[in-house]
Design a protein around this ligand. Structure first.
Ligand SMILES: [Mg+2]
Length: 269
């Protein structure tokens, strides 16, 4: 993939050839609860040009509706159908599988709200204390496994502990710790996998050749864009800096080189 800095001519080409802009959120539109200066104006200007804006985030700690509220509080126009986050996407994905039985959710209350919105039976959110002594933990009969569980859903869980990992045996390090004893390869909903874009594409009838992913990470945002056949725009307001990009370009490290191949178009803001 060619890797180019955005100048006026490229910006013109982007505006002419792209109808749908998919924005990563953290590090692109905001840092924690503060808008990254200029981002709300950029979204408003693109909307004025008739462009469709989507918000796509790997953060499972909020529901779609909570993201809409956050967008509005920071000056970004958003409706629920414009937002796709991992909690909602996972619930939508599970619903489409027509699974019989319950979901054991190693996650948070927002993920529970998303599962509830599809009427999916679930349990596991919140603290799960270890009963008795340390010796008892390893004895299987002290852990009540529910035979009706047909799916384990893993996201950000502030209460993760040995009990939950044992029951799930079934984000990131937690998935790694769970997938080996479970002997199952997980379906990963977050970027760089295509699940969230596939859902958006189906719901909004999107043509990937008229879409652009805007993100601050080459290994998630830009990688997903490449997998899905979209153009991509890397911004330096979050995870990546211009200096780090230059260092990556001269690095002998194979992981660094692999991340670079995902770069398509670069913008400095
Ligand atoms: Mg980001």
């Amino acid at each position: 993939m060619a890797c180019r800095k955005v100048d006026r001519a490229i910006a013109r080409k982007i505006i002419d050839s792209i109808d749908n802009f998919l924005f990563d959120c953290d590090g692109v539109l905001w840092e924690a609860s503060k808008e990254i200066p200029g981002s709300a104006d950029t979204i408003a200007a693109l909307r004025k040009l008739g462009k469709k804006i989507f918000y796509i985030t790997n953060n499972s700690g909020k529901t779609r509706s909570q993201y809409v509220q956050k967008c509005k509080s920071l000056g970004f126009h958003a409706a629920e159908e414009d937002v796709i986050c991992t909690g909602h996407a996972a619930a939508q994905y599970i619903n489409a599988q027509n699974l019989k039985g319950k979901v054991y959710c190693v996650g948070n209350t927002s993920m529970g709200v998303e599962l509830d919105s599809f009427g999916i039976k679930h349990f596991g959110i919140g603290p799960d204390e270890v009963p008795g002594s340390i010796e008892q933990i390893g004895i299987q009969q002290h852990i009540n496994l529910d035979p009706e569980v047909s799916c384990v859903l893993v996201g950000f869980d502030p209460h993760i502990n040995y009990m939950k990992m044992t029951k799930a045996a079934s984000t990131g390090a937690v998935v790694g710790a769970i997938k080996i004893p479970a002997r199952k390869e997980p379906v990963v909903v977050g970027k760089p996998n295509s699940v969230m874009f596939d859902l958006l594409k189906k719901e909004h009838n999107l043509d990937p050749s008229r879409c652009m992913m805007v993100g601050d990470r080459s290994d998630t945002d830009i990688h997903m864009a490449n997998l899905c056949g979209m153009d991509s725009l890397l911004v330096f307001s979050g995870d990546m800096s211009y200096e780090r990009l230059q260092a990556l370009q001269t690095s002998a490290d194979t992981d660094d080189k692999r991340n670079l191949i995902y770069l398509n178009i670069i913008v400095i803001n």
